[in-house]
Design a protein around this ligand. Structure first.
Ligand SMILES: Nc1ncnc2c1ncn2[C@@H]1O[C@H](COP(=O)(O)OP(=O)(O)O)[C@@H](O)[C@H]1O
Ligand SMILES: [Mg+2]
Length: 249
């Protein structure tokens, strides 16, 4: 079985078009079946098979459906149609800082976040020092998160999510958020995990990150797969499409 398999996956966001003024009106609309929704198919009929150990870069314009796709793989959003199967453990970093409580201390957030990622308390006890060390938080670890800079929050988020080597690592535009020294550290860890067999799905606006760090590149546009193959070739085609007037806007 592959590390990841998407079979004709589609996702539709449904937004209520009108806002009924009261619950009673809402109920009346509902009974009459006259509630109308704006439908937005963010991902359409997408199939993809990823083999264990591959590093897949996903590129596409803003609103192409990249984040929606990653959320389905992470299990955050169930597909409206189709099937999404993942083998093994998944560590998603969809947006740095999600799952944090800013009133709690860094220490408390390490436990909260790692528990949300499915870790056991004893596992967290064992990895705690290493996580704090990686995040370079020092004495700040016992201060509430609201006193942290965005860089500190980002470092802590990355340190926790990658505190254990997952079978599948999902990164949505999170590389290169800290300073350059921290970015180098993140890339090293990513490299070590890849070498140990972790499969990576990476959304990045950095062409070099995709070209140098990925074994494969997938280009999506308006929720559909446009190209899938060698990073250099797919990136070249994608970047060329951005330059042409037909693709603008
Ligand atoms: N929670 C949401 N509710 C409704 N529409 C959404 C939601 N999230 C994203 N969208 C829409 O879905 C489309 C794809 O968005 P997204 O997956 O975030 O694209 P990307 O990550 O490639 O920029 C966009 O048109 C976006 O406006
Ligand atoms: Mg996105």
């Amino acid at each position: 079985m592959p590390a990841l398999r998407l079979d004709s996956v589609s996702l539709c966001y449904r937004l209520a078009r009108q806002r009924p003024p009261s619950l009673k009106e809402y109920a009346i609309h509902w009974v009459k079946g006259s509630l109308t929704y704006e439908q937005l198919w963010a991902v359409r009929d997408l199939s993809l098979t990823v083999t264990k150990g591959e590093s897949v870069g996903i590129v596409g314009r803003n609103g192409a459906g990249k984040s929606t796709l990653l959320k389905m793989v992470a299990g955050v959003l169930p597909p409206t149609r189709g099937r999404c199967a993942v083998r093994g453990s998944v560590a998603p970093i969809l947006a740095l800082g999600t799952g944090f409580d800013h009133e709690l201390t860094g220490r408390e957030n390490v436990y909260l976040n790692a528990l949300l990622l499915g870790r056991r308390r004893r596992e967290i006890d064992r990895s705690y020092d290493e996580i704090v060390d990686f995040a370079e938080l020092g004495a700040f670890i016992d201060s509430p998160l609201r006193t942290y800079s965005s860089g500190m929050v980002a470092r802590l988020g990355f340190a926790i999510a990658t505190g254990w080597r997952p079978d599948l690592l999902i990164l949505d535009e999170v590389m290169g958020v800290g300073d350059s020294a921290f970015t180098v550290k993140c890339e090293k860890r990513l490299e070590a995990y890849r070498a140990a067999g972790t499969t990576v799905l990476l959304v990045s606006h950095s062409a070099p990150a995709v070209e140098n760090g990925c074994t494969r590149c997938v280009w999506i546009d308006q929720g559909r797969l446009v190209a899938d193959g060698d990073p250099k070739e797919v990136l070249g085609a994608y970047l060329a499409s951005l330059g042409s007037p037909a693709a603008a806007g």
